[in-house]
Design a protein around this ligand. Structure first.
Ligand SMILES: [Zn+2]
Length: 259
């Protein structure tokens, strides 16, 4: 239990330094199901509003985004893009056909769970399973994100000729371990960025009481500058097939090498 509280401190502090203008938001306190209280920086709220805009990451849709939220979101994406370009130039983006299934050993339900009230897919796996970057991405958040999300890692993928819209890849319901990717670094597709939380962990947001899973979201910039969810089941299904194919291939390969 000790790791959870102290595990939060680093990521929350780092979250306050990711360049967002907090605008009308102020810091708040969140009371967790186990009675502990977390102080959430204003920047985390602002980032969460920017990320969700027309609705929450979970549950029913909220109010439409305000002009402030859309404008702040566009400004923030430009900063993230500038940060990427300053550090990594014209580094190629991961094509969708090369996205990595984000949970090592995880499984995808046979039918999509993407609905107007759940613009995401839930990928199930035992607690502690590795969560990996689906694509090469700039880490822009790592730590507590919201009461429904709990702990999350968010990566930014800038626009590219083959994928002209900026994206945020959102990995939700991670455990509270500080062993997460760090804000400001670019991680390659397939890099471990966190771990699946136990379903009874107080920091997993609305995954509390459900089988342990990753709530995986892609938020993509629209022509009007708003971010909106995009369906991800097909992409994940293909990524999972590739992962299984590679695992089968490497198992066969190692078998051949034995005397
Ligand atoms: Zn979910």
């Amino acid at each position: 239990m000790g790791k959870t509280l102290f595990g939060l401190v680093g990521p929350v502090l780092v979250a306050g330094s990711f360049l967002i203008d907090a605008g009308p938001f102020g810091p708040t306190r969140v009371r967790l199901e186990d009675g502990r209280t977390l102080r959430i920086p204003a920047e985390t709220h602002a980032f969460y509003r920017m990320l969700t805009q027309e609705g929450r990451l979970h549950g029913k849709q909220g109010r439409p985004p305000t002009a402030f939220e859309v404008e702040a979101g566009i400004r923030l994406r430009r900063r993230h893009e500038a940060l990427w370009t300053a550090r990594f130039g014209q580094r190629p983006r991961t094509p969708e056909a090369a996205y990595v299934f984000p949970v090592v050993g995880g499984w995808l339900p046979a039918r999509s769970g993407y609905t107007p009230g759940h613009r995401a897919e839930d990928l199930f796996a035992p607690p502690g399973s590795q969560v990996v970057a689906p694509a090469t991405m700039l880490i822009v958040h790592a730590g507590y994100l919201s009461k429904t999300a709990g702990e999350a890692v968010v990566g930014f993928v800038p626009p590219a000729p083959a994928q002209p819209r900026a994206r945020y890849l959102v990995l939700v319901h991670l455990d509270a371990s500080p062993a997460k990717a760090k804000v400001g670094e670019v991680v390659e597709a397939g890099t471990v960025v966190g771990f699946i939380a136990a379903g009874d962990e107080a920091l997993v947001g609305n995954a509390l009481g459900r089988p342990p899973h990753l709530h995986f979201v892609i938020r993509e910039e629209g022509p009007d500058g708003r971010l909106a969810g995009v369906p991800v089941w097909d992409l994940l299904q293909q990524a999972l097939q590739r992962a299984r194919h590679q695992a089968a291939g490497s198992a066969a390969g190692s078998g051949q090498g034995r005397p």
